[in-house]
Design a binder for this molecule. Structure first.
Ligand code: SAM
Ligand code: SF4
Ligand code: SF4
Length: 333
């Protein structure tokens, strides 16, 4: 097993397939920065499906058991189902995808048929006006709910629903979200607003702490904590005492979980990042395109992971806020 300097095993790979998105969520790709003049990656610079498949295969040989496709918005990448089919062939891999759920729901069935196992859909509010204020586009809540229903029909279950909670925007939606998905088998994951990148103007005052989120739900629908299912699980799990399912809380600001962080991220242009808050990536594309053997690429990854000592969230302070950081839409959420 491959371990880093803090004894953490490499288990998960997040692959960003594009840095583009059809949404302009204010906490991720604010329109003032990601506007008409923003330079997204060029086609020639992003990894081909064949390159992604090769890298993924090498990673499975190093112990990776979970691959999440993300972005930007992964469904912006044409023929994504072809990539899914290429990755689904890899042995022992839990293959999942995170999406904003805004694309035509028929696509869900193509993804499932290609071999996708599970899906995470982001939805920050059930109130259309709030949802559109946050996503800054005209897509409606109903469109995303239709996508979620299609995922249910396609049995891409259990479906996870990500809600980023930001004070002043959607804390009033915590309870309605819990209410809507209780008893459906879907798992809402409430995410603390994070200081990823530098575009979103993050302030600690806008973070709704996990403890407050739990309290809001617990008052109406009593909750009790559940143990993690595996080491390094990101979400803290709670079950409804009345048996109506569970929720997750991703408390990377108030209860950091770097100690169990088994994730490596691959950007669309082939850079490896050992932390979501890293300033620099490690260029794998150069190796892929200069005739390196699988063994050489493997060694590069092994050396990178063995040196890894990241624990940004545990060291978060006013000082770290000013460090250069990569944007979430580029590195992959
Ligand atoms: N576009 C897809 C989506 O939104 O589901 C996938 C990529 S997105 C970067 C992945 C996840 O990161 C989403 O659930 C999104 O809400 C979350 N996210 C983005 N910026 C965030 C921030 N500043 N704090 C917390 N979560 C964030
Ligand atoms: Fe796009 Fe996802 Fe970022 Fe929203 S959170 S802007 S949907 S990449
Ligand atoms: Fe992992 Fe970095 Fe997040 Fe800590 S801050 S959990 S090391 S990605």
């Amino acid at each position: 097993m491959l371990k880093d300097t803090l004894g953490r095993t490499l288990r998960d790979l997040r692959i960003s397939v594009t840095d583009r998105c059809n949404f302009r969520c204010v906490y991720c790709m604010p329109r003032e920065i990601f506007g008409r003049n923003y330079h997204f990656l060029e086609r020639k610079d992003i990894l081909t499906f064949e390159e992604i498949q090769r890298v993924a295969r090498i990673f499975t040989g190093l112990g990776v058991r979970k691959i999440r496709l993300t972005g930007g918005e992964p469904l912006m990448r044409r023929d994504l189902d072809r990539l899914i089919a290429m990755l689904a062939d890899l042995p022992d891999i839990d293959l999942t995808l995170t999406t904003n759920g805004s694309f035509p729901a028929e696509q869900v069935f193509r993804l499932k048929e290609a071999g996708l196992k599970r899906i995470t859909v982001s939805l920050d509010s059930l109130d259309n006006a709030t949802f559109q204020k946050i996503s800054d586009v005209s897509c409606s809540v109903d469109q995303v709910l239709t996508w979620i229903e299609a995922c249910e029909q396609a049995r891409l279950t259990p479906i996870k629903i990500n809600m980023v909670v930001r004070r002043g925007y959607n804390e009033k939606d915590i309870l309605p979200m819990a209410e809507k998905f209780r008893g459906t088998g879907h798992i809402v994951r409430f995410i603390e607003f994070m200081d990823v990148g530098t575009a979103n103007g993050w302030r600690m005052a806008e973070v709704v702490p996990a403890a407050e989120i739990v309290k809001i739900i617990h008052r109406v629908y009593p909750l009790e904590p559940l143990p993690s299912r595996y080491p390094g699980e990101v979400a803290r799990r709670y079950r409804y005492v009345d048996g109506q399912g569970e929720i997750g809380i991703i408390a990377s600001v108030t209860q950091p979980f770097c100690g169990g962080c088994t994730r490596l991220r691959l950007s669309a242009e082939g850079k490896l990042f050992t932390c979501l808050f890293a300033a620099h990536g490690h260029d794998l594309r150069r190796l892929l395109r200069s005739g390196c053997s699988d063994e050489e690429i493997k060694q590069f990854i092994v050396n990178l992971w063995r040196k890894r000592d990241d624990r940004y969230s545990e060291r978060r302070s006013e000082a770290t806020q000013n460090l250069p950081k990569i944007e979430m839409s580029y590195i992959g959420g």
